[in-house]
Write a protein that binds this ligand. Sequence first.
Ligand code: CA
Length: 576
Amino acid sequence: MRSAAWLLTSGAAFASAASLADVCTSSYAKAHLPTTASYEGITIDKSSLTAQAFYNEPFTGSVMYPNATISYCNVTFAYSHNGLNDQVLVTYWLPSPSEFQDRFLATGGGGLAINSGNSSVAGGIPYGAAAGLTDGGFGSFSNSWDTVFPLANGTANWPAVYNFGYQSIHEMTVLGQAFTKSFYGTNSTKLFSYYQGCSEGGREGWSQVQRFADQFDGVITGAPAFRYAFQQVQHLYSNIVEQTLNYYPPPCELAEIVNLTIAACDPLDGKTDGVVARSDLCKLHFNINSTLGKPYSCAASSATSMMGPPAPASPAQNGTVSAKGIEVAATILHGLRNSQGQQVYFNYQPGATFADAQTEYDATTDSWTLDQSGLGAEWVERYLMLQNASLLPTLNGVTYDTLQAWITQGLQMYTDSLETTWPDLTPFQKAGGKVLHYHGESDNSIPTASSVRYHESVRKVMYPDMSYNASNAALNEWYRLYLIPGAAHCGPNPLQPNGPFPQTNLQVMIDWVEKGVEPTTLNATVLQGEHLGQNQQVCQWPLRPLYVGGEMQCVYDQASIDTWHYDLDAFKVPIY
Ligand code: CA
């Protein structure tokens, strides 16, 4: 076996001939850490570094990456920001030198987490990419942002806001790129850099594209949680609809409305396969009042406390869809409007489940009651009110106008850190960057129209003098948006199992960046049900899928496109 000392002094050609065991030692990794010159203001704590090799581990069950067996070196170390008494942890998974293909993959998190544990970082290894994740300085990789915010009631932790907003992913990437080149001895070779993330991870991807023009060659953003001030308050909108209309529907009633919506709208795309590939046609042609009086039935459930707060037992639910239930569903689908009738925001597409509207059974009164949306309530209580709590004390007195006021407050507090809708991407475009942006059309957590709105904002801001078609063509040269038929939030939808999911995005992006192979339709795969493994192609926005004679076409349909755009006339400032 060659010694580490031999490797420390040898060049690139030797490093590439080394084995994983040769390079996966703390001494080798320490000797190849980025120099302080690679990032001003950061000091790496060399003594914190650990390196451990893993061999032939299964990597399965990801909807973002195909199954693989991977071997890699896990290198973890800490750094601090000069002048701050802080500590940020970063982890890099590095493939064997013989499998390294001059690629780096940055990964992000979801919800209030800035990383996805091992579930995203593993995705780089099959593509010969070193991959990285960060803890955001939150104390450990398993701590989320809310563990360090607020510092005390009434005192915001601003460094943590910016670390979460964009800074930590940026630092993890810059340090990771330098470390990767040094680790493999490829300082003079082009390192192709990619990012992939969904939900909060999608927002994090955009946070980099908007600020750091030449950091990534290709960025894959799924269902991004951007327009953050709106997005998080939006989670509370369904609760306020229920409170305002004074009706708390049994979950089974809303589930039946969803099932009937899917059944009615499935064929509108020309193919009866259980998938609503055209939620826009559903919006145009489905009358939700047709669900009135339809029976629903759900079995009793026992109490659970496996995930999150304990859910009490609920009784069997039997009944028929009521006018009140329909009114709640229809009002939710219209999106938030203020007391003046002005549009404040938009909601999920018809066919998505009403996850935010879930009610809770109260055994003492034998009735269904308000159940605060966790993400929405925590946003307001913790990040707007600066209280160390995850729920609001009450929603009593909260109106549609209150929600608008909370959105405005969020915009004023967090526009430069979390909002993440800066629409002029000229520096990124000029640097040659590519973006692949996708969003499930039945997403029940982040409105699909949110992605359409941002894409439209970029188009209008960057190509103001071009026609609609010409500007979309220009945008598509480097930024493409795909709506995934039937897909839920960052994954396949159990209610529409025959819909596809784009599991091979990183391969698509690598081919686009490194080989110039432009995606036209987006490659996707059915990941569940009787058609498991079936390949499907997804149309590129603004074209929409339509099956004619059993063949999918991507068609231009102005009336359908128009349903995706909202005039947010409740605001006098531009909302990108
Ligand atoms: Ca269909």
